[in-house]
Design a protein around this ligand. Sequence first.
Ligand code: ZN
Length: 485
Amino acid sequence: MRNGSAEPEKTWREKYNETVEKEAVLKNRLDQLNQESRKWEEKYFETMEEEYAQKSLSNDPEIEDITKKLDKIQEGKKTYVKIRLTEAEKSMAEAGIAETVKLSEKMTVEAIDILENFLQEMVVDNGLPSLKGVRYDPSFINLYGGKDTVALYNWGDETMYIGEMLSDPDAYKQHRLLAERSYKKQRNEYEPTWRSTIDSLEKEIPEEDDSGRKKYLIKNRNDVLSGLISQRRLVAEDAKDAIIHEYGHHVHNKASSESNIFGSKELKSRKFAGSYEWGGVHEGKVTAAQVSDYATESPLEAFAESFTAYVKGEDIPESLKSVVEGAIEKTGGKLKQPVVKVPDSGIIKSKIANEEISVTKIQNLGKINTKVLEKEFGKIQTDDIIVTNERIDHIKERHPEDYDLFEKYGRESVSDPDLIIKDIKNKGTVFMIKKLPETNLNVVVRVVLETDDSKLKNSVMTFYRIRERNLKKLIEKNGMLYKKE
Ligand SMILES: [Zn+2]
């Protein structure tokens, strides 16, 4: 070493990256500790041996220490956001991305990165039109958007408004994943009804002589058909995609004239009371459905959704592709669609379908008697009880020798238990005991309290055999809520 001061000063970005890495390591460790504690706790309830209770508490000091460190990191990250925010507002304006840029300290560094990098790529690298404004403005979104709106583009002031959901890209991605799952689930529930409606309309249409009525029937058929064709709610999988969508509206705006939106004829739209909607017999809607369900809402959304899919390198219907390419060309921009075809719709379909099976698939176990539980817990939102596949895997892994018993007696244990014992350590949790001639079964159940999310169901957390001696101890410690007469 030549001299001590030769070490170059780290940039804020380098320091920030180090902080993020440190945070990830700590979060990982915290997860590990919590899991370990839960494991000991479970062991304790199985055996009622004091040493396991001790073990389950032994991680607490480290958990507390890590939690404090993580809080400090969160505080520290705010400083970096301020630096990034000032930098981005300046550089985006200087690069001519937008005349005014107003972001917020509520955004994460990553959220600002995504926004700036994408717009830089579009406007600076590809020569697509610049915006008048880019604003973080959740109150504008709440005022003018629907309840699921995360960002908005306003045709009048050529401004992109960013909402709160896009301030944290990680959280938004998770949100999108769950939203697509529930969309898919609902869509699949409707599918049989849609199919039979289409069948009966298709029988009715050729027999209809009145041309007005016939057109009406075809329009109806096409509306239902577009629901059937859509395989996802949105093209957007993450924050970047949501920004692409809004920017797509801007490209469409700049390619359009005062009196006519670009591609209005190809999109099969009609102008009605100053806004654009589906024209004819809604054939444009059927085409848009191949892109996403949201694309079927209007010709304008069909464009923005198609633009998003196009920028992501997906295959989209030829007619929509040519409108998107035409608009890009008209604004003077050049945008090469990525050569690699990132997820084509088939892959998306199977990806979502597989996740459905592995993560969210649940088994119904029937009903529980909520009356006896409500005396203790107050209102219980539902009497349905389920077990998730994830919990079944847990039982198989932790209590493999008990799993057969669960298959055989699981339902009966929850619908008609011999005893119910309160779990004093965990909120809304009970032990449902079924007595067999040779042994006892213990099903740990979390019930849905009034304060819980209404979409939840009572569910089985775990299951194992419990010996008579331990059952007695469990009752002594926790107290019995119910005993079958
Ligand atoms: Zn839109």
